[in-house]
Each structure stands twice: as structure tokens, then as C-alpha cells.
Design a protein around this ligand. Structure first.
Ligand code: SF4
Length: 153
């Protein structure tokens, strides 16, 4: 089993990156996204996602995360530019709530990536929000969903 921690709004990016073979060069969290993509590529059927509220495996490779003794709204001893901006935090809370409802999951729940892809294909056939990666990623997203669904048994 390959365990991957993701915030609720990150799976659409993960799927699009899997479809494209990697994260866009312009992504500030490219290192984190590509690290997750490498784990998935090694064995897509073994990828288990834990849905978390705090900074996740993508954030660990983001250029905007930094150590902070007092922590932040998204975890202990770490913060980032987004965590320090109340408007961004409110937007992330909104999109997280939407995606949790769509997935039928809560923070702390675990689900296999191929099962999550199946839910996304039914309930979110197209990316429709910039916080989910933006509509410009739809071609990659559709490709990634198709690849992941091919692994379903
Ligand atoms: S800006 Fe913050 S929340 Fe966004 S990916 Fe980077 S570390 Fe994660």
C-alpha cells in the first residue's frame, strides 16, 4: 500500500498530473505534485489517499511553505503564504467542504485512488473551479481519469 495524504481539493490536480505525466512547470508545488505522481505511477492500484485538513504531501514540496514555531491554521510548526491570508483560507474551506460532500468523506477518511477517480468521473466530469486546477487542465484531467479507471477491477 502506498499512503498519500491529500487535502480535499488536491485530487483533481493529482488526476490531471497523472494524465499529463507530471505537474505543469509553472506550479509552485511542482516538486510535491511530482513526488506524489511518482508514487502513483509506480503502482496506481496501491495508492491509498488519506483526506487531511492540514498541509499535505503536495504542500511538503511547495516553495511557499515555511517553518513557524507557532504553526498555522493548517498545522503545527508550519505555515505558508496561503495559510496567512484569511481570504485564501476561506476559499480553501469552501472548496474543501464542497469536495468532502462530493466524495462522501470526512477529514481522516481513507480511500483508494482508483475509487476516488470513479467518484470524480461520475460527480465531477469536468474541472469547473480554479481552486481545483482550473478549466485549462480538463484535457489532462479527462486523460488521467481514463487511465485510473482502466485500473479498476
Ligand atoms: S501555498 Fe500552502 S496550501 Fe498551497 S500548496 Fe503551498 S504549502 Fe500547500
Amino acid at each position: 500500500m502506498t499512503k498519500i495524504r491529500l487535502r480535499p481539493y488536491h485530487p483533481t490536480y493529482i488526476v490531471a498530473n497523472f494524465g499529463a505525466g507530471g505537474a505543469p512547470e509553472t506550479s509552485r508545488a511542482r516538486k510535491g505534485f511530482d513526488g506524489v505522481n511518482d508514487k502513483i505511477k509506480a503502482n496506481p492500484c496501491a495508492a491509498e489517499i488519506e483526506i487531511v485538513q492540514c498541509h499535505d504531501d503536495v504542500c511538503e514540496g511547495c516553495t511557499r511553505i515555511f517553518e513557524q514555531e507557532s504553526g498555522s491554521v493548517w498545522g503545527e510548526r508550519k505555515s505558508c503564504s496561503s495559510a496567512e491570508d484569511p481570504e485564501i483560507v476561506a476559499s480553501v474551506n469552501r472548496i474543501n467542504a464542497r469536495m468532502l460532500k462530493l466524495f462522501g468523506l470526512n477529514f481522516g477518511d481513507r480511500i483508494m485512488l482508483v475509487e476516488l477517480a470513479e467518484i470524480l468521473s461520475r460527480k465531477l466530469p469536468d474541472i469547473d473551479d480554479d481552486l481545483l486546477g482550473g478549466t485549462q487542465r480538463n484535457e489532462d484531467y479527462h486523460k488521467g481519469l481514463g487511465k485510473l479507471l482502466s485500473y479498476q477491477q
